[in-house]
Write a protein that binds this ligand. Structure first.
Ligand SMILES: *Cc1c(COP(=O)(O)O)cnc(C)c1O
Length: 345
């Protein structure tokens, strides 16, 4: 794989915006800062945020065992994915491959960037159909977007299949691990040095309970991260977000306990679902949601809504006919759901 050849032509050799805080970084030093036209009166937010999020990246690096120069942070994983698409795909020319049923943002971002999205369905057990995928690869195919654990099916995809793709495909392979903290599988971040074309994304939006702060994490080779760093908006992670993320990562026990409880509730719901005749199938989940197949998704969705419970109807997605995706809630929310299901016929 030749990274420079994969790059979009106008990105190759682009000069990044150099912010005041890039030129003089040491905010801790006792200096008078008259360089960025900020309001000088301290209210704890009057200064621009650290464009490189040094303190936060150090923490992530220590916890995830990935060097800081292989980490890029974004305003949610959505920004991270958008940066990758924009860096490597020429509009109106290049293509990506996605594997439905899967996360809807890949298609939205492809459309937004005028990139053709070729969809190669997962198999009936929601695994990658490697032979069929490789047949779809063309010179214009720059990226594969793999979601594992997959949204909305909940399963992790087979490792051997991913390995085959990493080895056979000459472009970049994104593995979206938004739900990895709910799974026993090891993260693909452990294999970054083995595969120069591997990009792993994670987020604080799910397990870490911080969807509101918008923090996405991208792990890749130093070279890929350097490219993304060059094109990212200079102050993409605001100070409030950096501080909240640091606090959460320093208090990981809270999140660890919550994850354990969510997993216990996931098992409880899975067992309980088996007793309803209108639930025809319960798909195994490595995430904090469960995909079920019901007799009539529209009917059941509407009954739940009328009684104050919102789930996600995934019927329109490939391979998810009559599928409802149900997020694991608090114990009392889950009990409420089961009580309601008991009343349905
Ligand atoms: C929820 C989710 C995300 C999270 O995106 P953020 O922008 O970080 O909130 C990413 N990928 C998948 C598959 C998701 O389901």
């Amino acid at each position: 794989m030749n990274l420079n050849k994969l790059l979009r032509s106008n990105i190759n050799g682009m000069t990044p915006y150099s912010s005041a805080r890039d030129e003089y970084k040491d905010l801790e030093a006792d200096m008078v800062f008259l360089d960025a036209n900020e309001n000088p009166f301290d209210n704890s937010l009057n200064r621009y945020p650290d464009p490189q999020q040094t303190a936060l990246k150090k923490l992530i690096s220590a916890q995830k065992k990935v060097p800081t120069d292989q980490i890029l942070l974004g305003n949610g994983s959505d920004e991270v994915l958008d940066l990758i698409f924009r860096a490597f795909c020429e509009p109106n020319q290049d293509r990506i491959l996605t594997f439905p049923p899967t996360y809807g943002m890949y298609d939205v971002l492809a459309n937004l960037n005028a990139i053709k999205n070729i969809q190669v369905p997962l198999t009936s057990d929601f695994n990658l159909d490697v032979d069929r995928i490789l047949k779809q690869v063309q010179p214009e195919t720059k990226l594969l977007c793999i979601c594992s654990p997959n949204n909305p099916s909940g399963n992790v995809v087979d490792r051997k299949a991913v390995e085959r793709l990493l080895k056979a495909f000459n472009g970049l392979v994104i593995i979206d691990e938004a739900y990895i903290d709910f799974s026993n599988e090891v993260s693909w971040t452990a294999y970054l040095n083995m595969y120069p074309n591997l990009i792993v994304t994670q987020t604080l939006s799910k397990a870490y309970g911080l969807a509101g702060i918008r923090l996405g994490i991208c792990y890749a080779s130093k070279d890929i991260i350097a490219v993304l760093n060059n094109i990212k908006p200079p102050y993409n992670i605001n100070t409030l977000t950096q501080n909240a993320a640091i606090e959460a990562l320093q208090n990981r026990e809270v999140v660890t306990e919550q994850i354990a409880l969510i997993l216990k509730e996931r098992a409880h719901l899975t067992t309980a679902f088996e007793s309803y005749s209108f639930i025809e199938k319960i798909y195994p989940s490595d995430a904090n949601f469960i995909l079920i197949k019901v007799d009539d998704a529209h009917k059941r969705y509407t009954e739940l809504i009328k009684n104050g419970i919102v789930v996600r109807n995934r019927s329109a997605q490939f391979g998810c006919e009559n599928g409802l995706r149900i997020t694991v809630g608090t114990p009392s929310e889950n009990a409420q759901l089961l009580t309601l299901l008991n009343t349905l016929k």
